[in-house]
Write a protein that binds this ligand. Sequence first.
Ligand SMILES: C[S@@+](CC[C@H](N)C(=O)[O-])C[C@H]1O[C@@H](n2cnc3c(N)ncnc32)[C@H](O)[C@@H]1O
Length: 272
Amino acid sequence: MTEKIKVELDGVPGTLLWNLYHRAAEARRPDAVLEDPRAIELVDSIDFPFERFGEPRMAQWHALRVLCFDRAVGRFLQAHPDGVVVALGEGLETQFWRIDNGRVRWLTVDLPETVEVRRRLLPDDPPRRRTLPGSALDLTWMDEVDASAGVLITTQGLLMYLQPEEVRSLIAACAERFPGGTLVFDAVPHALAERSRREDLDTGAAYRAPAWHWSLDPGEHDKVMEYSPKIAGTRDLRYPRGRGLFALAPWVGYVPLIRRLRMPIVEVRFAG
Ligand SMILES: C[S@@+](CC[C@H](N)C(=O)[O-])C[C@H]1O[C@@H](n2cnc3c(N)ncnc32)[C@H](O)[C@@H]1O
């Protein structure tokens, strides 16, 4: 048996392991809503106490969230097969291998400690796939993007950890720099963000993620238009249909009581 690779990450970078663990847990099922053999390989090759995350009860929900992003990237690649996908805060996402069309160029931007882990586990394959160490807020990554064949920026599981003014200026800077481009992000609703900041609260959960600072309720996507006059439009993306109760996932936004707990996934179009 090959030796496992030790991964030590905490704080916000450590949250990528929760995501990976849940993606792989769903992908292991025979009736999985997401195929992700790379995620399974990664979990099996990492020396980390994944049991600290408890039973992966959120696996299907997380996989549907991931699938919603995959579909957005897939639509972009249909229209721009040679385009660039910039994945900000990509962690150990394996989206490239799920949707590669053989032509897309892919740029990952993440903090240096995460990039070090990513490079050990998922080596770069230039020139089509590259990884840059640094904060998404340090906008120098923009100089590395050749947007001539179209650009899509994704931030999955990142913006909620940033301060509201940081999110506003990051989105405004992307709109300014990439006319005609698209951004897809997810957000946490206000109630969950407030709960995450209550240090006195015992959630009873096996694992508690770091506090969320920026939040957006489902249906509030148009508020993002206020961030920059260079934003042409926004829309709330529908979650794909899942198994069992999750067959209702695309319609959860219409169900009173629970609709405000949905994590919105928003597509932002920049003016051309
Ligand atoms: C919850 S994880 C999400 C990882 C991945 N996108 C996914 O969905 O599995 C948050 C990621 O954001 C990265 N991150 C945190 N702050 C960042 C910043 N300022 N710039 C770029 N990446 C950042 C972390 O290192 C980590 O990879």
